[in-house]
Structure formats: structure tokens, C-alpha cells
Write a protein that binds this ligand. Structure first.
Ligand SMILES: Nc1ncnc2c1ncn2[C@@H]1O[C@H](COP(=O)(O)OP(=O)(O)O)[C@@H](O)[C@H]1O
Ligand SMILES: [Mg+2]
Length: 394
């Protein structure tokens, strides 16, 4: 059974949630909700974290939504339910990562059913979760794992993953590794002009998983200082890499690197799902068109069911074309999620991939590089505006 924290000023709702949670509920006033989850927990005066936080959003929906977003970000092991008008709150609630919206007059059995559904999702998530997902960013904590996903091939995963990793390597020299998990058709090595001595297959079968020094010697180094685990040459052998091995690999790498960037095959195949269990920052990519948006909608709803759609996610639309007649708002409506960054089409991308010269290093002024730097800023907290500023001052 779950411990519930409820914020409300309705005695009646409090009584129903109390009944639905078998008395495992602490209620606080919904007035003057803090914006920081830590402040809410301080009011609780209780050492253990609640499993589910139920926020009564009937009077101050904006504050409740703002707090829900922060809980999603800061306390990924905790689920949020909102109380309010479902028709009005459903979409904003989804955007901030809340699990459900129930009306203020929801019966105790309905509340109980929802709490137990959310509770079993949480349990499933915790059973798979890597400490990196549950422990906030403290010194010595595992590195961030950024996994680039898309429902279909050709959406630009490798383009985004390689450039993001290169950009991070410039920001944190020696502290970034890129893993090509597109085991059969991975082309990270080509994109970065690398001739690997060892590939994914050697790394997961040898001593590297247990020994950090062996690991370092099995990685391929790019001139930028980025370490890379390239995909195997032979697609048949590659398929012998199991999800469990992927899991061990990412655990080992996250202990040694500040950033682990993972490029994946299209869709949610078992190795990608294993990587997701260790992912702190999912990066969802799709083509900016109707079929791309529909595919992403399915992928997002699967991630949401797995409890993996935290606020740390980035949604990126590639091949953006202002003349297509499709707007960002249309895509947001279809995928029921916010879109964070759009990347336009640029010929320079294909040239860079074909010649193995990363765009961010060789064509920094290209429109796509500009958008990639904006994405980079999400993980380094340096905004494109600040960079432009710095550059113009030089
Ligand atoms: N914004 C873009 N503009 C032009 N071409 C692009 C862009 N993004 C990707 N491409 C091209 O599309 C193809 C597929 O990109 P890639 O990154 O390999 O996708 P994925 O890894 O998802 O299959 C490549 O030829 C790449 O050069
Ligand atoms: Mg690819």
C-alpha cells in the first residue's frame, strides 16, 4: 500500500482519500502551495517520501501544475495525481507528468482504484530503476544517461546523438561516452570517421564490464576527446548482445562518465528498453510530419505507461519545414506533450555524415548547429543566447 500526501482544504475530499488509502495519508492545506517540492516535504515533517502526492488543483490550478512539474523533475520516484476538472486539466496535467486527473467529487472506491494503479506502476518502475534515476544529482552520483529514441529510422537519431556527444565532450572533456546501440546498422563510427579496434560486442563480453581500466582501453577515442562504444561490424554477431549486457554496460559507464549518450535503433526493441531503465534523460526525436507525430504519440504513451516520461525528457522535431502547413502546436496536440526544439533541414547535415565530420565542429554557423547548441544547453545549462553573447564579445 502506498503512502499518500494530499494537499486540500476540503474535509470531505480528505476523508475520502483517507478511506481510499487505508489511513496512509497525510493532508496539508492547498493554500499557498510552495513551488519547490523540498518545501512541501518540509511542511510534511516526516522523514520518508510519500509514494503518491495528490494535489487539489480546484482553486489554484496554475500553482498545482507548477509544483507537479517540479515533483516530476526532482522526485522521479513519486507519482502525482491532480484533483480538478478533468476536461480542463487533462492536457496540462499530462505535460507536467501527472499520472491522472480526478474530479473533486471522486468516490472513495475510484480514488482507491487510481491510487493502487499508480502504486503498481511505481513499483514496476522502481524494480527496474537505476540509482541515477532515483538519486538527485549529488557528488559521486552516477552520470546522466541521455538516450536518443525515435519510432522510425532516418529521423536523425545518429545525427543528434553524435553532435550532442561531441558538444558535451567540449564542455566536459574526458567525461563523455557515446554508445552505439543500433547494434545491427549502427553508423556512429562512420559519422565520426572512427576505425574501432574494439566494438560493443568486445566490450560486453570481456573484462571491461568489471574493470574500469579494461573498459577505458576498449573504448574508441575521437579527436574531440569523446569516448565511443561503436556498433559491431557484423550484424549477425551484433544480435547476440543481450538486454542484460546493455544494462550492465550502462551501469558501468554511468559510474565512470559524467554523460553517457546512447544512440539507438528505431522503435523500442528490447535493448533500447534495457537502456531506458538506466536513462535519466530520454530524448525523443521524430520527423516533423503527420506520420512522424503519430509514431511518436505511440512511443510517448508507452513511455508514460512505463513511468519513464519524466520532465527531463526532450522532444525534438527534425526536418522542420515552415511551408509544410503543419505547426508545432498541431504536433503537440497529436503527441499530447510539449515540443522542446525543432531542427530544420540543411544540406550540410548529409555532407557532414557522409564525410565523417561532425557538424557542430566543422559547420558551427549552420542553422542545424545552432539548434543543436540549444539542445546542448539543456544538459549544460548554457543557453544559446549566452553563447551568442559570449561569441560576440570575443
Ligand atoms: N536536419 C537535417 N537536414 C538534412 N538532412 C538530415 C537532417 N537530419 C538528418 N539528416 C539526414 O537524414 C539521414 C538519416 O539521419 P540519421 O541521423 O542517420 O537518422 P537515424 O539515426 O534516426 O536513422 C542522414 O542521411 C542524415 O544526413
Ligand atoms: Mg542511426
Amino acid at each position: 500500500m502506498n503512502n499518500v500526501l494530499l494537499t486540500t482544504d476540503s474535509n470531505d475530499l480528505q476523508a475520502r482519500v483517507m478511506e481510499a488509502s487505508d489511513g496512509r495519508c497525510i493532508a496539508l492545506s492547498a493554500l499557498d502551495l510552495p513551488t519547490e517540492p523540498a518545501d512541501l516535504l518540509a511542511r510534511l515533517g516526516h522523514p520518508s517520501l510519500p509514494d503518491v502526492i495528490v494535489l487539489d488543483a480546484t482553486h489554484e490550478p496554475e500553482r498545482a501544475l507548477a509544483l507537479a512539474a517540479r515533483i516530476d523533475q526532482d522526485l522521479p520516484g513519486t507519482a502525482v495525481l491532480l484533483i480538478g476538472e478533468p476536461a480542463a486539466l487533462a492536457v496540462p496535467a499530462m505535460r507536467v507528468g501527472a499520472r491522472d486527473v480526478l474530479p473533486a467529487d471522486a468516490s472513495a472506491p475510484l480514488l482507491q482504484e487510481t491510487l493502487s494503479r499508480v502504486g503498481s506502476l511505481l513499483e514496476r518502475r522502481r524494480a527496474h530503476a537505476h540509482p541515477a534515476v532515483l538519486v538527485p544529482d549529488v557528488q559521486g552520483a552516477p552520470g546522466r544517461v541521455i538516450t536518443v529514441l525515435s519510432p522510425k529510422g532516418g529521423a536523425g537519431k545518429t545525427t543528434v546523438a553524435t553532435n550532442l556527444a561531441i558538444g558535451l565532450a567540449q564542455y566536459a572533456p574526458g567525461a563523455v561516452v557515446l554508445v552505439d546501440l543500433d547494434v545491427q546498422f549502427g553508423d556512429v563510427a562512420t559519422a565520426l570517421s572512427l576505425q574501432p579496434e574494439f566494438t560493443l560486442e568486445d566490450v560486453v563480453h570481456g573484462a571491461a564490464l568489471r574493470d574500469p581500466i579494461a573498459m577505458k582501453t576498449h573504448l574508441t577515442l575521437h579527436d574531440s576527446g569523446l569516448s565511443v562504444v561503436c556498433a559491431p561490424e557484423n550484424p549477425v554477431v551484433a544480435d547476440s548482445v543481450t538486454p542484460e549486457q546493455v544494462s550492465e554496460l550502462l551501469t558501468a559507464l554511468a559510474r565512470q562518465f559524467r554523460y553517457v549518450v546512447v544512440d539507438t535503433a528505431a522503435g523500442l526493441e528490447p535493448r533500447t528498453l534495457a537502456a531506458l531503465d538506466h536513462t535519466t534523460d530520454p530524448l525523443l526525436l521524430t520527423t516533423f510530419d503527420v506520420t512522424g507525430a503519430r509514431g511518436l504519440r505511440k512511443e510517448i504513451s508507452t513511455l508514460r505507461e512505463l513511468g519513464m516520461l519524466t520532465n527531463a525528457r526532450q522532444v525534438v522535431l527534425n526536418f522542420a519545414d515552415p511551408k509544410s502547413g503543419l505547426g508545432v502546436a498541431d504536433v503537440e496536440e497529436t503527441i499530447q506533450s510539449r515540443v522542446d526544439i525543432t531542427i530544420p533541414h540543411s544540406k550540410a547535415v548529409t555532407t557532414s555524415l557522409n564525410t565523417g565530420t561532425p557538424l557542430l565542429l566543422h559547420r558551427p554557423k549552420d542553422v542545424v548547429s545552432k539548434q543543436l547548441r540549444q539542445l546542448l544547453g539543456v544538459y549544460t545549462n548554457v543557453s544559446e543566447a549566452a553563447r551568442e553573447n559570449r561569441r560576440s564579445k570575443r
